[in-house]
Design a protein around this ligand. Structure first.
Ligand code: ATP
Length: 582
């Protein structure tokens, strides 16, 4: 019960208000469904009464009512009419059950979809640092498994459990009204194994859920590493090492899954066994202590019917409890959605002008968990149209500085101005419209050249004229003309069909396609040979028309020869001393 209340409280806390009404409707329909099931079973009784008993017309009012209203003349007609009636009841019940199942599935899968999108939005809101520090397999597990288990095991699970409790009360009251003796035997039969099951399985299910969800992303991580690192794996001869790691994780996962399967099946078997045990006990005692075999058979028959009704209900309760316990780990993953309120609190976007400069004023910055500041009281101004190079030893903080200028990292103290406006959340969208970023490893999607340049645009919305223009500026057009599908040529996962230089050029073309006014290059040419580096540098240089601001990180001075200014970032000089050369 504790876990049920805890789950209901959690579900109501994280569930947006718009879902509360739907939740009540689903709870109601679940109850209707269960009552229909009971009705379906109950509908069989009149048919059997007529088949097994004599003089039903005299005994039962409903039988004489049927004789009078349907113009029946003998018992055979009554049996056929009842059989047809039973069929109609079962058909209606099943159609209604399917409809209710559809509504419930639409609800739970809709919830899964909505929570995945909400969590995705929350992660994007948390920002750059979250994606830099969280393993992608963990993010995917949260977005897929946690939200799925929340919708199906927690929300539907707690509704199912509540529903079964109500149904059970209904059945118990009916049995109690009919025969208290049967109820007492049934309670003695069902309650002890139920509590045994609860104690035995419940704690283990929590643990199993935790283990399974700890291991799943690790399996994914090891698999992806061996896929993306294929070349290194082969060359370093570490294929077996990777497979061994995958095997170790899979062994653990398989063990957990075997136990989970057993725990899921255990309720049916336990209850079935205890019912059989009870029947054996009743027979053994009945033979000696009941007046006749008929009395014994009557008692057994009643017990079997009552058990038959109660068993599926208890079974579903146990499965629901199992699910609630196994998915307890999602509380932690989804609880940030409780506090968010970010959906209601829409940030009003404000346009940002960039006419004069980017300005860092006395900023300091250190990464979380690291007390040594990378920048301390650091100021920097970059004028519009300037071409600025950032140099410095590895680990000095060049990329960190670029990420601060890009607005991905927030200075701990000090301010960052675009013209005279402090860059804050409200301005970020407008700022990003002016920015292009070409990284050392340009991120390429498994699509066409056109889709990679016009990143995120639907193919039908791509401006073909502009596409040609930017590909030309990035010195890619000649190569593209020689391709069978031109701009629609597919480039493979991570651009495997392109050379390093071509990938960089796609990155440059992307930045230009989106009319970037400020272009950031982070070691965009460092992995290229000197000839390609020269060509890319020339392509970058050709862009600097006085309006475009370029900020370039490079190790080779040859890349920076066209810069108006070179800034040296050097941690060894205490982060504050930055040498500037013109
Ligand atoms: N997400 C992070 N969390 C913690 N520390 C980080 C993180 N990113 C970078 N660092 C640390 O910050 C310092 C500066 O890193 P940064 O990447 O800015 O250097 P860099 O000058 O660009 O180096 P390189 O030329 O090798 O690319 C390094 O010591 C690095 O280990």
């Amino acid at each position: 019960m504790k876990i049920l209340f805890k789950t209901i409280r959690f579900v109501l806390d994280v569930l947006p208000k718009k879902y509360h009404l739907k939740l009540s409707l689903v709870a109601f329909l679940l109850l209707v469904n269960s009552l229909l099931e009971i009705l379906g079973l109950g509908a069989i009784i009149p048919v059997f009464s007529v088949l097994l008993e004599d003089n039903v017309v005299e005994k039962y009012g409903w039988a004489s009512w049927m004789y009078n209203n349907f113009g029946l003349t003998d018992e055979r007609q009554l049996i056929v009419t009842l059989a047809i009636g039973l069929l109609v009841v079962i058909i209606i019940k099943n159609i209604l059950s399917l409809w209710i199942l559809k509504i419930n599935s639409t609800f739970s899968l809709g919830l899964y979809k909505d929570f995945t999108l909400r969590l995705h939005k929350l992660y994007y809101k948390t920002g750059f640092s979250f994606f830099k520090t969280t393993n992608s397999n963990l993010v995917v597990r949260n977005l897929r498994t946690a939200t799925n288990q929340f919708a199906n095991l927690q929300v539907l699970g707690s509704l199912n459990l509540l529903n079964e409790i109500i149904v059970l009360i209904f059945i118990v009251v009916s049995i109690a009204l009919y025969n208290l003796q049967i109820l007492a035997i049934l309670c003695l039969t069902v309650i002890p194994p139920f509590f045994f099951f609860y104690r035995w399985v419940s704690l283990r299910s929590v643990k199993l859920g935790e283990i399974s969800n700890r291991i799943t992303p690790i399996v994914g991580k090891n698999m992806f590493q061996s896929i993306f690192g294929y070349v290194d794996v082969v060359i370093t001869g570490s294929e077996k090492v990777f497979r061994k790691r995958i095997k170790k994780n899979l062994d653990e996962l398989v063990e957990v899954d075997i136990k989970t399967n057993i725990y899921n099946l255990a309720p049916t078997r336990i209850i079935e066994t205890s019912l059989m045990l009870a029947i054996a006990v009743i027979v053994s005692f009945g033979i000696y202590y009941l007046p006749s075999k008929t009395e014994l058979l009557k008692l057994l028959g009643l017990f079997a019917v009552a058990g038959y009704r109660i068993m599926p209900s208890i079974n579903r309760m146990m499965i629901a409890i199992n699910g609630l316990n196994r998915s307890r780990w999602v509380f932690e993953i989804l609880s940030p959605l409780e506090e968010e309120g970010f959906e209601e609190k829409k940030i009003k976007e404000i346009d940002l002008a960039f006419e004069k400069q980017l300005k860092l004023e006395n900023i300091s910055f250190s990464y979380e968990g690291n007390d040594d500041p990378i920048f301390k009281d650091y100021s920097l101004t970059i004028k519009k149209g300037e071409v600025v190079g950032l140099i410095g030893p590895s680990g000095a903080g060049k990329t960190t500085l670029m990420n601060i200028l890009l607005g991905f990292l927030k200075p701990i103290t000090g301010s960052y101005f675009v013209d005279d406006t402090p860059l804050d959340e409200a301005h970020l969208k407008s700022f990003y419209k002016k920015v292009g970023y070409v990284q050392q490893q340009v991120y390429l999607i498994d699509g066409s050249i056109a889709e990679n340049v016009a990143f995120g645009c639907k193919p039908k919305d791509i401006d073909q004229e502009k596409l040609k223009e930017v590909l030309d500026k990035a010195s890619l057009w000649n190569m593209i003309e020689s391709l069978p599908d031109g701009v629609n040529e597919m480039i493979g996962e991570n651009g495997t069909k392109l050379s390093g230089g071509q990938r960089q050029r796609v990155g440059i073309a992307r930045a230009l396609y989106f009319d970037a006014e400020i272009l950031f290059f982070d070691e965009a040419t460092s992995s290229l040979d000197s000839q390609t580096e020269k060509e890319i540098t020339e392509a970058i240089n050709a862009l600097s028309d006085g309006n475009l601001t370029l900020i370039i990180i490079a190790h080779r001075t040859s890349t920076l020869k066209h810069c108006d200014r070179i800034i040296e970032v050097n941690l060894a000089k205490n982060a504050t001393q930055l040498q500037e050369t013109s």
